[in-house]
Design a protein around this ligand. Sequence first.
Ligand code: ZN
Length: 257
Amino acid sequence: MSKLSLAYIFHQQQLLVDQNFNLPEVESLASDLYFHAGDQVIARDLLADEDIPAGLQLVAIRQLLTVWTIQQFEQASRAIQLLEWRRNHKFCSHCGHATEAHVNEHAMVCPACRYRQYPRVQPCVITLITRGNDEILLAKNAKNKSNMYGLIAGFVEVGETLEEAVRRETFEEVGLKLKNIQYLASQPWPFPSNLMIAFRAEYAGGEIQLQEEEISDAQFFKFDQLPEIPFKGSIAYAMIKHVIDGHPVADDTREWL
Ligand SMILES: [Zn+2]
C-alpha cells in the first residue's frame, strides 16, 4: 500500500485544509511536483471552475504557520516556492521559447536551446541588535500598518559577504554601527523564496537615523517593555525569544519553533 498523496491546493495566498488545518489526501488529481523519496505531493492552484470540496476550507498560509509543526511548514514551504517558481519560468530566459518541466529534477528545460532554469533562493539577512544587557533594537516597517515592531532585515547584494550585508542594512535603515556579529540560525521563508539568515550583533555606536521609505520608527526597548513583536513561527520571533529568555542557541530552527 503506497501512502496517499498530500495535496497543496492554493488560491492566492491561501491553502485548502480540513477543519483541523490538515492538508487533504488526494489520489485522483494529476500530480505536479515530487519532493524527497517517500513524499508524494501534489501542488497546484485551485482551478477557476472548481468548488471548494465539502469539509475543506481556504485558510491564509501565514495563519497556518502558527498551528503547523516544523515538518509540515518545511514541506509546505517547498511546495509554495516550487509552484511559484514554475509559474514564473514558463519561458526560456535565454531564447524565449516555452519551457517544459524536467521529469526527474526541479528544472525547467528549453526544448529549443536546452537551457535549464533551476529554482533559486534569495539570501536575506535578519539581525537582532542588543545594547547593554537588557535592550534590543526593534523597528517598524513603513509599509506595515499594524503596530508590530520587527528586526532589521534585507537582501544580500551581489559580491557581498553576509556580515557586510548585516552592517550595510543596519547602517542604511537605522544609521547604527555594529560589533560582534554572530551567526544564529537560518530558515527557508516562502514569501516568495527567501532563505532567512539570522545574526545577532551588539550596538557599537551612532544615533538612530531612520531611512524613512523603509522604517517609520526604531527604538531600543527594554526586554521587559517590548511592543508587539512578529508572530510565533517566524524566525524573528524565535530570535527575540532566544535572546530575551536565554534559550540555548540552536543552529537549527526545528528546535526553535
Ligand atoms: Zn531556450
